[in-house]
Design a protein around this ligand. Structure first.
Ligand SMILES: C[S@@+](CC[C@H](N)C(=O)[O-])C[C@H]1O[C@@H](n2cnc3c(N)ncnc32)[C@H](O)[C@@H]1O
Length: 267
């Protein structure tokens, strides 16, 4: 496979990251006032990060990274989009978050780019689909952790990708992966009306089995794999929005997992 996908995907994110910093989706006014952007279950499941060296892979413009910093972690965010890293640095400076740093790198090059290991590696919410090789990704995660270090991911459930976008009730796509999907659409989940020009991107589906197996093969010990009935964006048009900003499937439909989370340790 050529590296065209990498050029496309980088341009796709480089254009969207700065636009996302002003989108309603990311609720920056509340964030600037001190609200966390993390999901309550993430904070509960990862546990106390105060004083720990935390690496956030695919950190986007740093909102979640800086939320971990506000909880006392010494954070490093990593992303391959130069504009995302630039926006994250600007946000850290604006908010006066000291000790946060942001590094521009492809995930697969992260061990060489960073040259150090971390107590915690965190990632999630729209990251794995952008990665072609899940086994190599898991080896990178293991490589970046100190012995005894913790890996935590909260991600959209891969099974949800097989359902139709309207109602989420009909299976319309493969669950078991075949080929990557290349799409060409303006905007993004944050705002489908964003005036974007770099619209071609390639994504991959990794099943839950592949993700768990990759982490195990890389030497991580999985403590739990949780499946959640709520999600944080309107993936299907009929999801019901709750007051706390979460979305769930309408009553009466089969109960399916919308997100999953994994906590694992490196021995
Ligand atoms: C959907 S966004 C993550 C959103 C993030 N969870 C948030 O809400 O702020 C995906 C991010 O992954 C980054 N990314 C995609 N592929 C990457 C790669 N191979 N290496 C590093 N970063 C990558 C993109 O630049 C983008 O910032």
């Amino acid at each position: 496979m050529s590296d065209d996908w990498l050029i496309d995907n980088q341009a796709y994110w480089d254009e969207r990251a700065p636009l996302h910093t002003t989108s309603d989706f990311y609720a920056m006014a509340r964030f600037r006032e001190g609200a966390t952007s993390l999901r309550p279950f993430e904070i509960a499941e990862l546990g106390d990060v105060a004083g720990r060296r935390l690496l956030h892979l695919q950190c986007h413009f740093g909102q979640d990274t800086l939320s971990w910093a506000r909880l006392g972690a010494q954070v490093t965010g990593l992303d391959f989009a130069p504009a995302a890293v630039e926006a994250a640095r600007a946000l850290a400076t604006e908010l006066g978050v000291s000790g946060a740093r942001f590094v521009e790198s492809n995930v697969y090059d992260a061990p060489a780019a960073l040259g150090e290991r971390f107590d915690v590696v965190y990632t999630g919410l729209g990251v794995l689909g952008w990665l072609p090789d899940i086994d190599a990704w898991a080896r990178v995660v293991a490589d970046l952790l100190e012995p005894g270090g913790v890996f935590y991911i909260a991600e959209f459930h891969p099974f949800m990708g097989v359902l139709d976008d309207e109602t989420g009730t009909t299976v319309t796509r493969d669950y078991l992966p075949d080929k990557p999907t290349t799409f060409d659409e303006p905007g993004s989940y944050a705002d489908w009306h964003l005036p974007t020009v770099h619209n071609r991107a390639t994504v991959w589906r990794h099943t839950l089995g592949e993700i768990v197996s990759a982490l195990c093969a890389a030497g991580l010990r999985i403590e739990f794999l949780h499946e959640h009935q709520v999600t944080y964006f309107d993936q299907f048009y009929n999801l019901v929005r709750d007051e706390d900003g979460t979305f769930h499937r309408p009553d009466g439909l089969p109960r399916l997992p919308l997100m999953f989370s994994i906590r694992a340790t490196r021995s």
